[in-house]
Design a protein around this ligand. Structure first.
Ligand SMILES: Cc1cc2nc3c(=O)[nH]c(=O)nc-3n(C[C@H](O)[C@H](O)[C@H](O)COP(=O)(O)O)c2cc1C
Length: 201
């Protein structure tokens, strides 16, 4: 991100969303993944997930997961899950708060599942839930899927475990590390637009 002499809060906000779109499309970009923070019964929990889709109009970011995974219950019990992106080359951190929406059985989920490659569908075919104890490390998938993809027909049995999750961004905290002085801005989103302020880094 180029920081012009007279830096503008609105331009930074829109550049952040451009970087998210870019990260979503390019697997090697640091914004291709993010850290999602939730509350668990034993404290805060964190994990990396892949940024699958960005909806600029509605300020939504999407990721996919197994409906049986622990994060799903935790998301139900977390007020405003946290999101963290960091781009070391651009020296930008984005820290966000969000509201969750689950897409298990709606048009959004059906469409995304239809577009999901067989090789990715395979991981929804485990007979075990994420986090379950295994007898050995190969026990996650049926034997015939070790090193092989399922047929399209078999892959469909993973559909019931597939969940798309959208996170509606309610706040974005932008931090730019700069040798001439770090910069930080906070954006609070409203129904129509946002209020942005500079804050002390
Ligand atoms: C680079 C990377 C990308 C990942 N992407 C996803 C993802 O998109 N969805 C997902 O459910 N888990 C993803 N994982 C695995 C999670 O970080 C986590 O280990 C798993 O989902 C279990 O999390 P939970 O117990 O909090 O539900 C990814 C892990 C890494 C290292």
């Amino acid at each position: 991100m180029e920081i012009p002499e007279r830096i503008n809060l609105n331009e930074i906000e829109s550049e952040c969303w451009n970087l998210l779109v870019h990260g979503c499309l390019k697997g090697k970009e640091p914004f291709h993944t993010f850290v999602l923070a939730t509350n668990s019964e034993s404290g805060v929990d964190l994990r990396t997930v892949v940024l699958r889709k960005v909806d600029l109009i509605n300020r939504l970011i999407f990721f996919h997961t197994d409906i049986r995974s622990q994060k799903v219950n935790q998301l139900r019990n977390t007020n405003q899950p946290g999101i963290l992106f960091y781009d070391p080359a651009r020296r930008i951190q984005l820290r966000m708060k969000s509201e969750v929406q689950f897409h298990s059985d709606d048009e959004t989920a059906n469409q995304i599942w239809k577009e999901t490659r067989i090789s990715a569908r395979k991981y929804y075919l485990s007979g075990k839930s994420p986090g379950d104890i295994l007898e050995n490390s190969f026990d996650s998938l049926p034997d015939h899927l070790h090193g092989f993809d399922p047929s399209e027909e078999e892959s469909e049995s993973g559909r019931e475990n597939f969940l798309a999750i959208s996170l509606k961004i309610t706040q974005m905290d932008w931090l730019f590390l700069c040798s001439q002085g770090h910069k930080r801005a906070i954006y609070n989103y409203k129904e129509n637009g946002f209020v942005g302020n500079w804050i002390n880094p």
